[in-house]
Design a protein around this ligand. Sequence first.
Ligand SMILES: NC(=O)C1=CN([C@@H]2O[C@H](COP(=O)(O)OP(=O)(O)OC[C@H]3O[C@@H](n4cnc5c(N)ncnc54)[C@H](OP(=O)(O)O)[C@@H]3O)[C@@H](O)[C@H]2O)C=CC1
Ligand SMILES: Nc1nc(=O)c2c([nH]1)NC[C@@H]1CN(c3ccc(C(=O)N[C@@H](CCC(=O)O)C(=O)O)cc3)C=[N+]21
Length: 306
Amino acid sequence: MSLSDDSRYLKGGPVAQRIIAAVREDAAIAKAEGFPPKLISITVGDTDAVDVYVRNQRAKAQLAGIDFEERRFPATITAGELEAAIHGLNADPRVTGIIIQRPVPAHIPIKTLQAAVHPLKDVEGMHPASIGNIVYNQLDLAPCTAAASVELLKETGLDLKGLEVVIVGHSEIVGKPIAFLLMSEGATVTVCHHMTRSVAAHARRADALFVAVGKPRLIKADMVKPGAAVIDIGINSEVGPDGMSRIVGDVDTESVREVASWITPVPGGVGPITVAILLRNTMVALSRQRARYEATYGTADRLAAE
Ligand SMILES: NC(=O)C1=CN([C@@H]2O[C@H](COP(=O)(O)OP(=O)(O)OC[C@H]3O[C@@H](n4cnc5c(N)ncnc54)[C@H](OP(=O)(O)O)[C@@H]3O)[C@@H](O)[C@H]2O)C=CC1
Ligand SMILES: Nc1nc(=O)c2c([nH]1)NC[C@@H]1CN(c3ccc(C(=O)N[C@@H](CCC(=O)O)C(=O)O)cc3)C=[N+]21
């Protein structure tokens, strides 16, 4: 049996395809009704991981019928100039959603940029108001990677109520929102980070282990409970023995697959679902904007109102 046929591999492709097919239907209807969805990606400077992500965003947006436009800014741009560009996009009625690719150069405060995106156009769910909604169990517009990771865990069929979950990594964009999403599903959640005394001791207790650190092969077989589900969120670029650059996760997949009952491959796991959820969030944003528009103008037909 080839590795790709192994039922232990929790593959993201089929889940992503399902989500994109639904988005495609919604997008076609919205377009016919005079509200074509449009997603704008903002990139500042150059990063490998961002290039992969943006490339896939463009390809999948095209597949789903969502207009996609990349705005690239040089690493030398000031925070004020970027904020002005974001305010311009907020005011543009043709723009449905804005995503700011991370990381941005050190002189740019990322939090200020995320807060500058209008909450109705915040397709990444990273505005403080959006993040706050997650704490209140309002989950329909969650940060894409966190939502994607939870979606993959659900593919196992495990009952999330009372499940012992350990998350390694507590960034605002991945680890923390995963913790909130899973708490709202009834899981018992432990979050580890670089000050945790023994990541291994916590990880070994987990029925489901989420890893989002950015260190290849951080998680080895002896850190995983037999029968656990392991969700590998890491996307690391590495030069392989053949001298070619390749993408690997944070989990030592070869050894961990002997112990775990489920494991997500990298590539082909969480990544494709992240892109699909970004597109789904764009449609959620569009429907919120339309609801606001109707509340203001009393009609859903923008063209008729103009
Ligand atoms: N698949 C996808 O769709 C996505 C994948 N990614 C990938 O996920 C990974 C993490 O991304 P992101 O969350 O943005 O990264 P950050 O660098 O923002 O966060 C990394 C986290 O890991 C923690 N950490 C660092 N070293 C250790 C350690 N030895 N043991 C335990 N915890 C540690 C850090 O803790 P502390 O803050 O305390 O130092 C921090 O909370 C990266 O590989 C990234 O490329 C990211 C986004 C989307
Ligand atoms: N604001 C922001 N949000 C992010 O979520 C974010 C970000 N910035 N910066 C970069 C990282 C990285 N990231 C990826 C998402 C999907 C794939 C992806 O689609 N990967 C596929 C394809 C890999 C390939 O084509 O080689 C896979 O894993 O199978 C990759 C990388 C999101 N990130």
